[in-house]
Design a protein around this ligand. Sequence first.
Ligand SMILES: O=P(O)(O)OC[C@@H](O)[C@@H](O)c1c[nH]c2ccccc12
Length: 294
Amino acid sequence: MMTCNELAAPVRSILTAARDRSQPDGTPLAVSPRSLPQAIRDAESDGRVPIVAEIKPTSPTTDGRRTDDPVELARAMIAGGATALSVLTEPDHFGGSPEALERVRQAVDVPVLRKDFILREEHLDVVAADLVLVIARFVDDLPGLVTAARDRGFQVLVEVHTREELRAALDAGARFVGINNRDLAALEVDLSTFEHVVGSTGDGGTANGLAAADNLTDRLADVTLVAESGVSTPDDVRRLRGAGADALLVGSAIMDGDVEANTRRLVEAGRPEDGRTDADPKARSTSEQGVDAA
Ligand SMILES: O=P(O)(O)OC[C@@H](O)[C@@H](O)c1c[nH]c2ccccc12
């Protein structure tokens, strides 16, 4: 885990607030999750790039705040072809709420990710969701928290930013890994983070020397990989799909302007009408589909 003074000031403030937020002292939740891998396969089978669209009213790196009803935003994202949704539940820095997630999850039938700063087991019991985010860098006992979340029925998306954190996530048994292109120390985005962390050169998923040496890339074979942050154009989508992303999590570029049109533009980035197709429709997803069909 990083020490606090290596983090950007807003992130330190978010973590302090998360530690102090009052938690329910009721019984652990039991959730029946909607499957993200199934939703991804459904999207791919009808030619949609799997996009996880994020309802993020504001953030430390965003100007202004969107005050629309989250359910209206969710419906627009679904109309634009989103495969799954992510809903911020952090109130103080992102304008989110557990109630917003609850209402959105009732209104749609795709998987919904709870985006928050979950540090301890009791933080899991605030609201039911299909997936829950756990940020490797902030958690002391990652295997313990991943197990606690999975025991409640959640699919657990473990967020990482480095290969070291990726190793910790895999060692903790993560089946869903989010690679955050945003550095929480500087709050800067660099899309090559994804390529570096998964050991892809970005030209079709070739393992580099480092990856071959530590065997990490092989361990990703049955992990669902989500590229997070900084995706704004169809070219970004194609680049990250080519590097092996099963899905892309997009917030700002969808929330800024016409949500439905913004979503559709990214969802359709793999279409031949664009004059191109995905650089590498992953060997892995093809074989997964083959297994499922068999
Ligand atoms: O708005 P962007 O750049 O598309 O990023 C979305 C998402 O990845 C980002 O909101 C995020 C990634 N990890 C987080 C952890 C907590 C809160 C928010 C986040």
